[in-house]
Design a protein around this ligand. Structure first.
Ligand code: SAH
Length: 213
């Protein structure tokens, strides 16, 4: 099967088949070349139903989790979005097709540089990447209409709530260092309203307002 055929099947079976309904999300997941964001060694499993290693002890999330989190962002196209945990850059590529601008922070420089290289090759121009501690957010470009954290956090960092615009959403896995609950936090009149989506497993968010080393 070609990568394109595998991708189509992934969208039908893993995403639509499990309840992802947002047509824009399904469309971009059907377009983005996920196999380009993993090493040659893992290319053949790029569209399989599980996360994959991307080096430095980190992972690219399972396609379903990427789709679910993206759907929870409720993007319409005009938003400035912040992602914490660039990793391979795959989630950035998905968000960049659904929002106006994507800012993403990664603490491991090597991963950020690799992500930058591939995103540039693929021609994404509405993306800003930075190396640093994402638990502090990225004040310079705030406020953000939506924020996604792709690593597991002990709680919801206040710094991210502060950089979220009124009515904005934070999609974040919250819980222990081995398993978490995916939460959607909505900012209404300055206060956070949270909703639990499902259980999940992410690598830890390490930083000043996350887990300590
Ligand atoms: N979104 C990624 C998956 C990332 S895995 C993708 O599409 O491939 C989580 C990433 O979060 C890892 O690369 C890890 O290094 C990074 N990370 C952990 N703590 C962080 C922090 N405080 N700031 C920025 N990145 C962090």
């Amino acid at each position: 099967m070609s990568f394109e055929e595998e991708r189509k099947r992934m969208v039908e079976v893993q995403l639509r088949g499990r309840g992802i309904e947002d047509g824009r999300v399904l469309k971009v997941m059907g377009n983005a070349p996920r196999h380009r964001f993993v090493s040659k060694e893992h290319e053949q499993s790029a569209y399989a139903d599980h996360p994959l290693p991307i080096g430095e002890g980190q992972t690219i999330s399972q396609p379903y989790m990427v789709a679910l989190m993206t759907e929870c962002m409720e993007l319409e196209g005009n938003e400035r979005v912040l992602e914490i945990g660039t990793g391979s850059g795959y989630q950035v590529a998905i968000l960049a097709q659904l929002a106006k601008e994507v800012c993403s922070i990664e603490r491991v420089e090597k991963l950020s540089l690799k992500a930058k290289e591939i995103l540039t090759q693929l021609g994404y121009t509405n993306v800003k990447l930075k190396v640093g501690d994402g638990t502090k957010g990225w004040k310079e470009h705030s406020p953000y209409q939506a924020i996604m954290v792709t690593a597991g956090s002990p709680d919801i960092p206040q710094s991210l709530l502060d950089q979220l615009s009124e009515g904005g959403r934070i999609v974040i896995p919250v819980g222990g260092s081995f398993s978490q609950e995916l939460m959607v936090v909505r900012k209404r009149k300055g206060k956070a309203k949270t909703r639990k989506v499902c259980g999940c497993v992410f690598v830890p968010l390490i930083g000043e307002f996350g887990w300590k080393q």
